[in-house]
Design a protein around this ligand. Structure first.
Ligand SMILES: [Zn+2]
Length: 219
């Protein structure tokens, strides 16, 4: 990792502008037009998980919300505002919750004590840990157990997205985004799709019967 000092940040901004203008003289004229991203991504605040870099996205392509351990808390007015705006105004096509291996927020949820405010924030993950304790206690290495909990957590947060009034309204309207859960494997760089059990959610009435009929493969 290169050492990025504070002064270098503004110098880098200057050279970034020059690079963009060299290749696309009207880059900033275009960037200043209204945004129309196709994706909302909800990820962890961890500096090692820079969402746009992982998928080589450019400014304007991804609407982003980040918090510690990529939580979708139904009382979080910040997240709910982002969600409502992206679904009802930007008409985004896909919502992706991105968790990652080696997540400090997940480890804090397992350790459970003396973590300050983070302990509060990740308490839903602590509940998930105990809910899945039978499976998780079989994994002897703590980091591997936490990585499995990251997978369980990202699926749970995708389910929480589906349960929000914003998404339930969108499903009823027939114009809705697809929901996905990914894990960023920090050891290899790969994004790994997780199974969110759509069929079961359709059976429970949380996803509409038409969920798979909507062909968004080109979106
Ligand atoms: Zn994290």
């Amino acid at each position: 990792m290169k050492d990025l000092n504070f002064q270098k940040l503004l110098k880098n901004n200057h050279s970034w502008i020059q690079e963009k203008l060299k290749n696309y003289p009207d880059y900033f004229e275009k960037l200043s037009r209204p945004q129309s991203p196709r994706f909302l991504m909800i990820g962890c605040s961890d500096s090692r998980v820079p969402i746009t870099s992982l998928v080589k996205a450019e400014p304007g392509e991804i609407f982003i919300h980040r918090n510690i351990a990529n939580q979708v808390n139904l009382n979080d007015i910040n997240l709910l505002s982002v969600l409502e705006y992206s679904v009802e105004h930007l008409y985004i096509k896909h919502i992706v919750v991105i968790g990652h291996y080696n997540c400090g927020g997940i480890a804090a949820a397992v350790d459970g004590v003396n973590q300050g405010l983070i302990e509060n924030w990740v308490s839903p993950v602590n509940e998930l840990y105990f809910k899945h304790i039978d499976e998780l206690s079989l994994i002897k290495e703590k980091n591997k157990m936490c990585d499995r909990l990251s997978e369980i957590n990202v699926i749970e947060q995708a389910h929480n997205i589906i349960k929000t009034p914003v998404l339930q309204r969108a499903f009823k309207s027939g114009n809705f985004p697809k929901i996905h859960a990914w894990i960023f494997d920090i050891y290899t760089g790969k994004l790994i799709q997780q199974n969110i059990n759509e069929e079961e959610l359709i059976e429970k009435g949380l996803l509409p019967d038409s969920y798979f009929k909507f062909n968004n493969s080109k979106n």
